[in-house]
Design a protein around this ligand. Structure first.
Ligand code: BDP
Length: 644
């Protein structure tokens, strides 16, 4: 789905600002048809924002059910004759939208866009009433899953099976935009770059509506046309292309015209490939450094905010991170656009998180969850259909981003129970069919070992979330180090051709909590735990990436495991560094020495001969040191040269 843009052929209006808002805990709005007039008993709300933390009341924070939004939309007179589209970048988790009296669209899934052609319903030069009912309820049929229970006093409570606060509302921009009647409906771009020859290819596929000739031009960063074609699909070949590289982004523009419409897509020419337990970008081994993140901040909740985004990227640059995972849902498109422009590498994840009854019981406190996880009472065919739709919408939205190098279709599902393979195999296959150019992963949870995992064999990359030193061997980093190394080696031995990215590891840490002897929850403990992980990663050749959990502290449901949220942030929620930030900064900057780059573009794995992952016991210390040194030297040699 194309992101709305503004140019000579298309107009764009951001509908953000202050809207009217009303919670509907009794679910009266639909029956009373609240869209038919001005929203009664309404208060003002900021769009975009989660509504939960805006008001000083628990009713908003803990609301379960419908919430109504309303605003007036003026349609410019100059838009007469154009096709007019209403688009929501996200509404969490379900939405019904009316324009005046007419229902114009419904959408399921809180983190992907949806839109409707409203040309026939609006009159240029006049004002229309826009009403949205957003519902935040999660069930076993939704992505992510959850469960609503009704308490003895009639109140309803949302149980969530994932470890982040169930923020809801209109988190991202709302747009009204135009296109000519005959228009570009979709563009798919796939690229390849040949490291030996420097040649690049841009395969394009344009979907159009209405009569007109379709043409494409590829413009370089200076706006000069370097290739063109007069057809809707084909391949543009460049004998010499400047590649999009981690830390050294270069963007071409694919300009597509159809009739009077013009649409432009930024294009990064690059190749992604998994081979011999390596993750190759442009034919060179890439080593991920960075974090699992969240869209989360005080007051705004999950709202996209440009200021926060720029600051987060500045901190990623400061600390030497070259990548992050959009844990645990697709992030705002602005975030990926920024990553495209600045050469940050992204693992793009669906909102399929919480497929684990053991964790769900702990997090939600619910005792009466179904015993069989993969069954029609829990994660069944309807969940699978919603999950497939979530994957479709993710790929449709993000397929053209050079920064996105891998799809993660779920976080930490329990893959031990019967039915897990049958549930996931078609989803992995569907993802590969939707996009044959990117590796696919399902992020593994610690309790599912390499012999039990029913999906890993189908994945291109093994992504492991590991909490040695926290949920297991807590407080004993010596034992944790041994366990982590044995664990990683077991995975490497079981899946020899597949690279491993450790997509989560970390420790809850209260800022200001200290200890001469590092104890759990202190800043020293977190720093030592992360340093220990770095040592182990350097010893295991199959590890091609490290993403700490989490970039920053974030809000969660209340519970005995959380103190004002999850404290595994390397930064506090207001983005101040904990001690561990300095440790990571040293390690990650040492992996790449090019000044001005966000971080290492490559920390190649050690040569095959130096990879002892098949051995069940940790290698001797001198071998480990040699391995690390070799990698760093190669990383320096391979670091991309760009003007700072
Ligand atoms: C992992 C989850 C993540 C949690 C983290 C934790 O993937 O969402 O926040 O553990 O417990 O299981 O901190």
């Amino acid at each position: 789905m194309l992101k709305p843009i503004e140019n000579a052929a298309r107009a764009l209006k951001n509908l953000g600002g202050l809207w009217q808002f009303r919670l509907d805990a009794q679910a009266r709005g639909h029956a009373e048809r609240w869209w038919r007039g001005a929203l009664a008993e309404a208060r003002e709300i900021a769009v975009p924002a989660s509504y939960n933390d805006l008001y000083a009341d628990a009713a908003a924070r803990d609301h379960v059910g419908d919430a109504w939004y309303q605003t007036e939309v003026f349609v410019p007179r100059a838009w007469a004759g154009e096709r007019i589209v209403l688009r929501f970048d996200a509404a969490t988790h379900h939405a019904v939208v009316w324009l005046d009296q007419t229902e114009v669209m419904r959408h399921e899934g809180g983190y992907t866009p949806f839109e409707a052609d409203v040309t026939a319903l609006v009159k240029p030069g006049s004002t229309h009433r826009l009403t949205v009912c957003v519902n935040n309820e999660l069930s076993f049929q939704t992505i992510p899953p959850g469960r609503v229970t009704t308490l003895a006093d009639g109140r309803r409570r949302q149980l969530v099976f994932h470890d982040f606060f169930n923020y809801a509302g209109l988190h991202r921009p709302v747009w009204l935009y135009t296109t000519p009647q005959a228009h570009v409906a979709d563009v798919t771009v796939r690229t390849r770059w040949n490291a030996d020859s420097g040649a690049g290819e841009v395969e394009f596929d344009v979907a159009t509506v209405g009569e007109g000739a379709t043409r494409v031009r590829l413009l370089d960063a200076n706006g000069k046309a370097v290739a063109r074609a007069a057809r809707p699909r084909g391949t543009l070949a460049l004998a010499q292309a400047t590649p999009w590289q981690p830390g050294a982004a270069y963007l071409y523009t694919l300009e597509v015209t159809h009739g009077n419409d013009v649409y432009t897509v930024p294009v990064g020419i690059r190749s992604v490939e998994v081979r011999d337990a390596q993750f190759l970008i442009n034919g060179r081994p890439f080593y991920f450094t960075g974090f699992g993140k969240h869209e989360d901040s005080a007051v705004r909740g999950k709202a996209h905010d440009d200021a926060l985004m720029v600051h987060d990227y500045a901190l990623l640059n400061w600390i030497g991170a070259n990548s992050f995972r959009t844990s645990h849902y697709p992030y705002a498109e602005e975030v990926l656009d920024y990553a495209d422009r600045h050469g940050i590498v992204v693992i793009d994840e669906t909102a399929a998180v919480g497929f684990n009854m053991e964790i769900a019981r702990k997090l939600s406190g619910a005792a009466d969850l179904p015993d069989e996880l993969y069954s029609e009472e829990a994660i069944g065919s309807r969940t699978q259909a919603a999950h497939l739709q979530a994957i479709r919408e993710l790929v449709a939205r993000d397929k053209n981003h050079p920064s996105v190098v891998m799809w993660s279709i779920a976080n930490e599902p329990d893959l031990r129970p019967a039915g897990s393979g049958e549930y996931f195999a078609p989803l992995v296959a569907a993802t590969k069919e939707l996009d044959p150019t990117r590796p696919v992963t399902v992020v593994n949870v610690m309790m599912v070992g390499p012999e039990q995992d029913t999906v890993a064999a189908l994945q291109d990359v093994i992504c492991l979330n590991r909490y040695w030193g926290w949920y297991a061997e807590g407080g004993d980093l010596v034992a944790a180090e041994q366990a982590l190394e044995a664990d990683l080696r077991a995975w490497a031995a079981r899946f020899p051709g597949k690279p491993i990215v450790v997509t989560e590891y970390g420790a809850d840490t209260m800022p200001g909590q200290h200890g001469v002897v590092p104890e759990m929850w202190t800043e020293e403990y977190q720093a030592e735990l992360l340093a220990m992980h770095g040592r182990v990663f350097d010893r295991v050749g199959a590890v091609v990436g490290e993403q700490v959990w989490n970039f920053a502290d974030f809000a969660t449901s209340q519970g005995i495991m959380r103190v004002g949220g999850n404290r595994k942030g390397v930064f506090t929620r207001d983005r101040q560094p904990k001690r561990a930030a300095h440790v990571l900064r040293q390690r990650w900057h040492a992996l790449c020495t090019v000044p001005g780059l966000p971080a290492s573009a490559a920390k190649p794995a050690a040569p095959k001969a130096a990879r002892p992952e098949a051995a069940p016991t940790p290698p001797a210390a001198p071998a480990a040191k040699a391995d690390t040194t070799a990698r760093r030297q190669t990383a320096r040699r391979n670091a991309p040269k760009v003007a700072a």
